[in-house]
Design a protein. Structure first.
Length: 164
């Protein structure tokens, strides 16, 4: 007798699209696009996801709630973390209009960090389901050095998570 095992495997892909100015962003003229695979699901995010799945008490990752966050901490990701680890250089940004989206087996998040926002080294990334870091739940955290965003630049951050 054989046993059938089924696994749900999330495949997260982060994409940072860098523009030299707000004008270049509006024209779609980027100077660099980086794709970063993987991240660590956080315990609090997994629990929030399971509560949503079962109808428990949880905040949805909707356009009104979801935020993509960036920070400058290089601390290793650990499942017990509950937020970005940067002490001061961090920013969670609301979703662009129409995001998040669900297509087939993927959920897609997008935030745009304008010329005066998040001007520091981008070392860590997360998505959370609220405006207050103290009460919102972070689904995941990725640590990856992606350069320093300078004043005047606009950077677009996308997260796509495919479940298979």
């Amino acid at each position: 007798m054989s046993t059938v095992r089924e696994f749900v495997i999330p495949k997260p892909v982060w994409t940072i699209t860098k523009f030299v100015s707000d004008g270049a962003f509006e024209r779609g003229e980027y100077y660099e696009k980086k794709v970063i695979e993987g991240n660590l699901l956080l315990n609090e995010g997994i629990t929030e996801f399971l509560n949503l799945l079962t109808g428990g008490t949880a905040a949805v990752f909707s356009n009104a709630n979801a935020r993509l966050g960036v920070g400058d901490s290089t601390a290793a990701a650990a499942a017990t973390q509950t937020a970005l680890q940067a002490a001061t250089n961090k920013l969670y940004k609301a979703m662009e209009a129409g995001y998040p989206t669900v297509t087939n087996q993927s959920v897609n998040f997008r935030s745009v960090f304008g010329s005066s926002e998040a001007n520091f080294a981008w070392e860590e990334f997360s998505v959370m389901n609220g405006a207050d870091e103290a009460t919102a739940k972070n689904l995941n955290r990725k640590v990856s050095a992606q350069g320093t965003k300078a004043s005047g630049q606009t950077w677009q951050l996308d997260l796509s998570i495919t479940f298979s």
